[in-house]
Design a protein around this ligand. Structure first.
Ligand SMILES: [Zn+2]
Length: 276
């Protein structure tokens, strides 16, 4: 998409989770994408008119990049139609010759157009927490966020107002990597002076490493997640605890068994033996 123009925008519904912004298709048509990025769980496409196209996959959304042949590049699926064409809600026809298709069976996804200058204060990002892969995130930053909090550390990790973009899977996996129990209160990872404990330092590292590893593996395909070339992600094969209730802990030397509990309405998987 980068450097390419929207030649035609097909919008096949009036809404996804929320209505599309007014004149969505006509405002995009003719615009060139100048860059792609991400913030939290949002995908960001910068446009040459100072606006930003915001995209969110919701629960079941995916993008597919299609071409009719001729273009041979990694990440492009060479087929005319998707498997579930009934759920292809938006099609971007790009001047490069590719089609970028948004498919979303459950329609929790979202698209919006926002002025670049107003992005950080927009309703999408105004209350969003720190970026865990950004330069500002480290053990000290994590300690500032957790200080004095009485909630379980697992619940704090998936609170998007504190840290952006950590979902249930990655919270469980990061805690396992850090050998931290999900039941500990968030504030217990911070010293009285507000400094990170050793556990907080391991957790900051665990968060960063699990997200980087998952991105490298193309994400986790449990139900719906799919890469843009239609292939599945592979991080689910690397889960240490997630969805492994009753199975042996994967930490070398640990004889524990993975447990499942419910916290803040979500299932937490952990090893009660080596996560303290
Ligand atoms: Zn263990």
């Amino acid at each position: 998409m980068v450097g390419s123009r929207f030649v035609k925008v097909e919008k096949r519904r009036a809404d996804l989770r929320v209505p599309f912004p007014p004149r969505f298709a006509s405002r995009l048509t003719g615009r060139t994408v100048t860059g792609l990025g991400r913030r939290g769980k949002y995908l960001i496409a910068d446009l040459d008119d100072g606006n930003v196209l915001l995209l969110h996959l919701g629960m079941s959304g995916s993008f597919r990049v299609e071409a009719n042949g001729g273009i041979r590049r990694a990440g492009i699926a060479y087929r005319a139609t998707g498997k579930h064409a009934a759920h292809d809600h938006v099609v971007f026809h790009m001047s490069s010759g590719v089609r970028v298709v948004f498919n979303d069976p459950r329609r929790f996804g979202l698209m919006d157009l926002v002025r670049r200058a107003e992005l950080e204060s927009s309703r999408h990002f105004g209350a969003m927490g720190i970026e865990p892969l950004g330069n500002a995130f480290d053990a000290a930053a994590l300690a500032r966020l957790l200080k004095g909090r009485k909630t379980p550390v697992k619940s704090a990790l998936i609170d998007q107002r504190l840290i952006a973009g950590i979902g249930n899977i990655y919270a469980c996996e990061a805690l396992w990597r850090a050998r931290v129990s999900p039941k500990r209160t968030a504030g217990s990872l911070v010293t009285r002076a507000g400094r990170p404990t050793a556990a907080a330092a391991r957790l900051a590292e665990g968060i960063r490493s699990v997200l980087e590893d998952a991105i490298k593996a193309g994400g986790s395909s449990l139900r719906d997640h799919m890469r843009t070339d239609g292939e599945l992600g592979e991080f689910q094969y690397a889960f240490a605890v997630y969805d492994r209730e009753g199975e042996p802990c994967r930490r070398r030397g640990c004889k524990g068994t993975v447990s499942a509990i419910v916290q803040s309405g979500r299932t937490t998987y952990y090893c009660p033996r080596c996560q303290r």
